[in-house]
Structure formats: structure tokens, C-alpha cells
Design a protein around this ligand. Structure first.
Ligand code: SF4
Length: 412
């Protein structure tokens, strides 16, 4: 097996569940923080399992990226983050200049804990801001306020300017209830005022079982309509391009030198280690997700310990193969798009067949190419920004239908 150079560590704890979130999270309450606060016994027993899982993995090769995500990883103390990263350093080793990202929530860290995280080895921060508007934050069920977010942005951007971290990212959500072009413009301007070198801007999506889905079913959510959403998205892209950002993935914008190296691993179809309850890894081209509940995760670790890593992973027959569909969906989200000729060649297809099928695809996409949603160069297909990226679903569906009309979509 080609060992991964990237690792994802999952911390499933949050203070409370936000109204739009359907992730598997363990809400610990507003006071949870640090090693002796409420919820600490749950955190400590989880960390023991997580440490054990990491220690049971093969030593592999030194890592070039580590991403600690969640949940709300900044609920952990800086000592807990230090011990986790220490184990990763000991077990796998780190390449020079490795990117080590920690997701942080504006209300769960301060100057002291930030210093502790950086001392632990974190060198990139991803701040879950979502909005600078207190009404919106309340609507979203977020725990932090606009003041918390402004303070967190100031702290992080100062660290960045002083060279204490090499990059940072701010997450915002667009197309929220009652959002219009004017209010969203103010949000983007506010974000830019802190000079983040990376911005992740997600569209709100309404997930089953969330408070938002319930509100929507009662007609209580007034979301921007299709045209308003497209205008909001176009304005985002235009404003950020003017500031020098490149939209290197549908939801991600970066200044030169600041795209997330870790995320590129997911999008390029490479392998990665995944550790923790509910975390997904991709080893030998096979994706596998760990159990989502604590008890099942604990039993999973016991089995892993009993069988040993190679035998255990050899036995997992539910492993999901990365499918051609996945590669298309993920690949087309990136600015560089996807080289379908190369992909089909990797599948062992001959040149004559590839040319024939790709000419068919180009004919199928003739209209979208003509109106400038997608471009093609030497069978590399890529979406235009903003028009193609904003209508990505419709183009991806066309390509998937083309693929399904040809063959079974699994690598084998
Ligand atoms: S902080 Fe993030 S992971 Fe936690 S509940 Fe809110 S959206 Fe979900």
C-alpha cells in the first residue's frame, strides 16, 4: 500500500448543535472547555481511544499535512492538542514545512489558548466565523457573537502578520435567510478587512432532521430565490477576484500560495489517514468510515487491536471503492477541472475508444460549452468562474449520465 502523506483527526465535540448542522457531534454544553471543565471526562475517554487508534496504524511515511477538524477542536486544551500532535510526530514523523491546521470556533479560544495551540505545532487556523451579523448568528444557532468573531479575526490576523502562522482561513455561509446583495456585500467587506489569505464560502444547505429543515417545512425560512442566490454567488466571486483571490475550488478562495494543501489531497483522489469517531480514511484507493457512535467506535478499536492493522483492513468488505462518479464530482469542483482522457487511460481504456467516447461527451456538452459554462482543452474539462461553478450540479449530472450510458462506474 502506498502510505498517505496526510492525516485527518476528528474531534466530535461541540458546545451545542447549530440549527443547520447534521454532523455527528456530541454537544457538551456552553461551559465545556479545557481538561477539568464539564464534559472533560467524555473528552478524555475519547482522546484515549483516538490515541490508541493512531498508535495501531503502521508507521507509514512522514506527513506533509495534518488537519484537526470537527466538531469544535478548539474545545480541547492546548495541552490536549500538544499531546495529539506529539503522538503524530512520534509515530509518523513530519516533513519539513508540514501544514498543520486546527479548526477553531470564535468563542472557544483566547490569546492564551491560541499561543498554546501554536506552541503545540499548529501553523494554520481555520476559523468558523459564518457571519459578522448578530441576528444571523442567532438565527443559525451559533454560540459566538459578531464581537467574538471580530476579536478572533484580529487575534489570528495579528499572528499571521507576525509570521507565527503561515496561513489562516475564514469560513462564511452565503444564501442565508433574509440575506440580500446589500447585506452580503457588507459581510464580504468585513471579512476582507482582516486580510485572511483564504476564505471558504459555503452555500447554506438544508439538511434533514435539522432545526432549519423543520422551520422550512413550516414555511418559516425565507431563503434567497434562485436568481438572488446566483447574484450573491457572482458578487462573491467578483469581489474576491478584485482582491487577488483565486477561486481554486467551488467554495474556496485563496491568495497566491495559500490554498489548503490538505483539502487538495481529498480533491485529487490521493490517500489519507483518517482517525477518530466517524472519520473517513482513504487507503489504497479504498475509503472507509469509522463508526459514528462512541460505543461502536470503542468496539471497532478493540477489534483493530485484536486483529492488527493489515488483517483488520483486509477484512473490511464494506470499503467503498472510489468511483469514477466521485472523481468527476470532486475533480470538477477544482479550478483545474478534470482530465478525462488521463482518467480513462488509467482505467486501461485504449486511445481509439477514449477519443470516440470523449467526442460524444463534447457533443453532449455542446450547449454548455457554447454559453461558456464549461471549457475543454485536450480533454481536460473545467468549469468557468462564476457561471459554470454556480451551475456545477447541472453540468456534473450531464457528465454522470454520459458515464453511466457507457459503463459500470466502479474502479476494479
Ligand atoms: S460548531 Fe460546526 S460542527 Fe458543531 S454543531 Fe455547529 S456547525 Fe456543527
Amino acid at each position: 500500500m502506498k502510505y498517505p502523506q496526510s492525516a485527518y483527526l476528528h474531534i466530535p465535540f461541540c458546545h451545542r448543535r447549530c440549527f443547520y448542522c447534521d454532523f455527528t457531534v456530541v454537544p457538551l454544553g456552553d461551559k465545556a472547555h479545557g481538561e477539568n471543565a464539564p464534559g472533560s471526562s467524555s473528552v478524555n475517554s475519547y482522546l484515549k481511544l483516538l490515541h490508541k487508534e493512531i498508535a495501531l496504524a503502521p508507521k507509514g511515511i512522514p506527513l506533509s499535512t495534518i488537519y484537526i477538524g470537527g466538531g469544535t477542536p478548539s474545545i480541547l486544551s492546548s495541552n490536549q492538542i500538544f499531546r495529539l500532535l506529539d503522538l503524530m510526530r512520534d509515530h509518523f514523523g513530519l516533513q519539513d514545512g508540514a501544514e498543520i491546521t486546527l479548526e477553531v470556533d470564535p468563542a472557544s479560544f483566547d490569546d492564551g489558548s491560541l499561543k498554546g495551540f501554536l506552541d503545540a505545532g499548529v501553523n494554520r487556523l481555520s476559523l468558523g466565523g459564518q457571519s459578522f451579523d448578530d441576528h444571523v448568528l442567532t438565527d443559525l444557532g451559533r454560540r459566538h457573537t459578531a464581537k467574538d468573531l471580530n476579536k478572533a479575526c484580529t487575534l489570528i490576523s495579528e499572528s499571521f502578520k507576525k509570521g507565527k502562522i503561515f496561513s489562516w482561513s475564514l469560513d462564511l455561509i452565503q444564501n442565508l435567510p433574509r440575506q440580500d446583495l446589500h447585506s452580503w456585500k457588507k459581510q464580504i467587506k468585513q471579512a476582507i478587512s482582516f486580510s485572511p489569505p483564504h476564505l471558504s464560502i459555503y452555500d447554506l444547505s438544508i439538511e434533514k432532521g435539522t432545526v432549519f429543515a423543520w422551520r422550512q417545512s413550516r414555511g418559516e425560512l425565507s431563503l434567497p430565490n434562485h436568481e438572488e442566490a446566483a447574484d450573491i454567488s457572482k458578487m462573491t466571486s467578483k469581489m474576491l477576484r478584485k482582491e487577488g483571490f483565486s477561486r481554486y475550488e467551488i467554495s474556496n478562495y485563496a491568495l497566491p500560495g495559500h490554498p489548503s494543501r490538505h483539502n487538495r489531497v481529498y480533491w485529487s483522489g490521493s490517500n489519507w489517514w483518517g482517525f477518530g469517531q466517524g472519520a473517513t480514511s482513504c487507503l489504497g484507493g479504498k475509503r472507509f468510515s469509522r463508526p459514528r457512535t462512541r460505543e461502536k467506535y470503542r468496539r471497532w478499536i478493540e477489534l483493530l487491536e485484536l486483529k492488527g492493522f493489515n488483517k483488520f483492513f483486509g477484512l473490511i468488505d464494506q470499503s467503498e471503492l472510489i468511483t469514477f462518479d466521485d472523481l468527476i464530482i470532486v475533480g470538477l469542483r477544482r479550478r483545474e477541472g478534470i482530465n478525462l482522457k488521463k482518467l480513462l487511460k488509467d482505467l486501461g481504456w485504449n486511445d481509439i475508444q477514449i477519443d470516440k467516447d470523449l467526442i460524444n461527451l463534447k457533443n453532449r456538452l455542446k450547449y454548455q460549452i457554447e454559453i461558456g459554462l464549461i471549457k475543454e482543452r485536450d480533454y481536460r474539462f473545467y468549469l468557468t468562474d462564476p457561471d459554470g461553478m454556480d451551475l456545477s450540479n447541472q453540468i456534473i449530472v450531464e457528465i454522470l449520465i454520459w458515464w453511466e450510458s457507457l459503463h459500470d462506474s466502479s474502479f476494479s
